[in-house]
Design a protein around this ligand. Structure first.
Ligand code: NI
Length: 254
């Protein structure tokens, strides 16, 4: 088994309907040692848990994504709470703020805050989605001091250092291989390797040379190669350390 740990995937996505199980079998037979499939709604959280029950090295996060927040979300958190009692649910995620979409900010904040409290209540880490909402996300992290990951990190170097100082991990994926990734490169340069985890966000954000294609966990290798280059370290060593970090943040004793 290899050392690719994908801390953030969406294998429930329609893009995998044709070959989902064959693909996941192949990944675990290859270099992938762990995957955490993220929930975005009650439905996909349940599906994530089904996948987690099917594969030893697959885990689930349960939560409501800011893009999916609506007037039913607060009530649906009771179902999320129940799902979180399953030992294969390792985080509340993905949750957060997305000011790019027109879901009302006030609603997003209410649903995010309720899930930060839920994670606190259940002693689970969180997986945070932050798109064009850096200031507010940082304020909530300071207020609730959750453990967990800021996934697909898109903030500044300064924000990254603050997130790390607050004890959270920086999630990095395909974007680091893009030509215009200057900001991500600065973040990677600044963040200590011990605070970094790798992810796909698949089916989206495939790294170069597969940019625009369907992403999967095996492609993390291309991100690892680029990050290793920036850090001036060996790719295998980087994969080993980041997989260890993933197990630490998700509290897996494997
Ligand atoms: Ni995601």
């Amino acid at each position: 088994m290899g050392n690719i740990f994908d801390t953030h995937a969406h294998y429930d996505d329609r893009a995998f309907d044709e070959d989902r199980y064959e693909l996941i079998d192949k990944l675990f037979e290859g270099e992938v040692c762990g995957i955490v499939n993220q929930g975005t709604t009650v439905e996909t959280s349940k599906f994530s848990l089904e996948l987690a029950h099917k594969y030893d090295n697959m885990y689930a996060a349960a939560g409501i994504h800011p893009e999916c927040a609506d007037e039913n979300s607060m009530e649906q958190l009771n179902v999320i709470r129940e799902l979180c009692r399953d030992p294969k649910v390792v985080a509340v995620g993905e949750i957060g703020l997305d000011y790019y979409y027109d879901v009302p900010k006030e609603l997003q904040r209410r649903v995010f805050e309720a899930q930060l409290r839920l994670a606190e209540e259940l002693s689970l880490p969180v997986v945070i989605h932050d798109r064009e909402a850096h200031g507010d996300v940082l304020d909530y992290i300071k207020k609730y001091r959750p453990k967990g990951i800021v996934h697909c990190f898109s903030g500044s170097r300064e924000m990254a250092m603050e997130v790390v100082r607050l004890g959270m991990y920086i999630g990095m994926g395909g974007v680091i291989t893009f030509k215009n990734a200057r900001k991500s490169v600065e973040v990677i340069e600044a963040v200590p390797i011990e605070s970094l985890v790798l992810e796909t966000d698949c089916p989206y954000l495939a790294p170069v040379p597969y940019r625009g294609k369907r992403n999967d966990s095996s492609m993390i290798r291309f991100c690892a190669e680029r990050i290793a280059e920036i850090k001036g370290m060996d790719t295998e060593e980087l994969l080993r350390i980041t997989a260890q970090n993933a197990r630490r943040v998700y509290q897996l004793n494997v």
